[in-house]
Write a protein that binds this ligand. Sequence first.
Ligand code: ATP
Length: 207
Amino acid sequence: MGFVKKFIVGVTGGIGSGKSTVAGMFARLGAGVVDTDAISHQLTAPGGEAIPAIREKFGEAFLNADGSLNRTAMRDFVFNHPPARKQLEAIMHGRIRETVHKALDSAVEPYVLLVVPLLIEVGSYRPVLSRVLVVDCDEELQLERACLRPGMTLNAVRGIMAAQTDRKTRLRVADDVIENNGDLTSLEQSVQALDQQYRAMVVQSVA
Ligand code: ATP
């Protein structure tokens, strides 16, 4: 049996655009999902692989009582201290990549979504991707939805949006776009249509 390249769809979009919701809908249709944010959370959970290095570089002040990363404290700190951001990235990136590659290698689904919020900014995942799917929505909605997350404020979301790649640039890189300006039912319909397209592409790519 010859080597068959996996069909991997990179999913990206601005904060609160609906990446996780879309990924969940694809997963229910049978796609594999590898989520770099979820991996980052696992690595920084109590006993997580990145915790010893974070403790060593940043100290106990950035850990919660249970030994997990204090994400709010760290986010505020690195936002204002670019060298610290670099140090944190140096701790996280390699570990995230390694976990991603293991998860992609062991995926058994017909195709896999790789959710990377900073896909455009980071760029290093691009070579493994068959397609790039951008989840997009109007900025007003993005602000509103991103603020639903506990601990998020309007100002924090605005700051993150300003630091992220702008919408136009992101859309230029997209092979596929899901517009998430409607309700969850219309989102589900867009996901179903793309799932059908991806399955057809997978069949073509192995034929
Ligand atoms: P983040 O970048 O913050 O991780 P995300 O891009 O993964 O966010 P989601 O978490 O999927 O975005 O969505 C943000 C919020 O908006 C969630 O509370 C989600 O339930 C809600 N949401 C997403 N799409 C819709 C929709 N079409 N209608 C109503 N609510 C939605």
